[in-house]
Write a protein that binds this ligand. Structure first.
Ligand code: DX5
Ligand code: ZN
Length: 221
């Protein structure tokens, strides 16, 4: 069985907020596989970012699948608005949802992939009873809230744990978010990551296409 190539998901949080559509198009032209959109509520994390209208605007700007990461306390009442806006993957935090199994089922009923994100302090083992309902596991390698933070190295072990638990199955896809660059990316892929989210590495230094090509090279060489 061949392993599918890792997918690259640039995070628009690090792009110029006044030029999000242009950033989305640049990422698409530069070989991104998905666009990662960070939604923050000022409660679950100490920052506020995008609402559904911004997701809808990005949907109009790009054909890439939209991977929407909700850093929102009790996101249940908001998920339909983000799916209507064009989310293809909708990820909620394990730490932020009281009735997680019910919410995952609802997201899947809406024909959207249902993701669970775990903060650095949350072990993958706590997902045991919702594992089968999870299409997408987002392992945080920083505490969420801001781009540009240093990579948390224990995330590599967590990716290995998740990959072992998944065995030969295709799901959940294992994504990693925070501090991904050309040095951390190969270690994460070697541990079993399927999807790499990268914000500041892609958007904070020069051309997104060049940065995406560097990342691609780093995980395929
Ligand atoms: C952090 C966000 C990340 C962020 C990653 O809370 O969830 O998606 O944009 O940024 P970097 O890659 O700079 O750590
Ligand atoms: Zn994110």
């Amino acid at each position: 069985m061949t392993t599918p190539r890792p997918q690259l998901a640039p995070s628009l949080l690090s792009a110029d907020a006044g030029q999000l559509a242009e950033a989305a198009r640049a990422a698409e032209a530069g070989g991104a596989d998905l666009l990662h959109i960070d939604v923050m509520d000022g409660h679950f994390v100490p920052n506020i970012t995008f609402g559904p209208h911004v997701v809808a605007a990005i949907r109009r700007a790009s054909r890439l699948p939209l991977d929407v990461h909700l850093m929102v306390q009790e996101p249940g009442p908001l998920v339909d608005a983000f799916i209507d806006a064009g989310a293809d993957v909708l990820t909620v935090h394990w730490e932020a949802v009281t009735h997680l199994e019910r919410l995952l089922a609802h997201i899947k009923d809406r024909q959207c992939l249902a993701g669970i994100a775990v903060n650095p302090a949350t072990p993958v083992s706590l997902l045991a009873d919702v594992w089968d309902e999870c299409d997408w596991l987002l392992i945080m390698s920083v505490n969420p809230g801001f781009s540009g933070q240093p990579f948390w190295p224990r995330a590599i072990h967590k990716v290995q744990t998740a990959r072992e638990r998944r065995g030969e199955l295709a799901r959940p896809r294992i994504a990693v978010d925070g501090g991904v660059d050309e040095s951390t990316a190969p270690r994460l892929v070697a541990a079993g990551a399927d999807v790499l989210v990268a914000g500041s590495y892609v958007f904070d230094g020069g051309e997104p296409a060049v940065r995406l090509a560097n990342l691609r090279r780093a995980v395929t060489s």
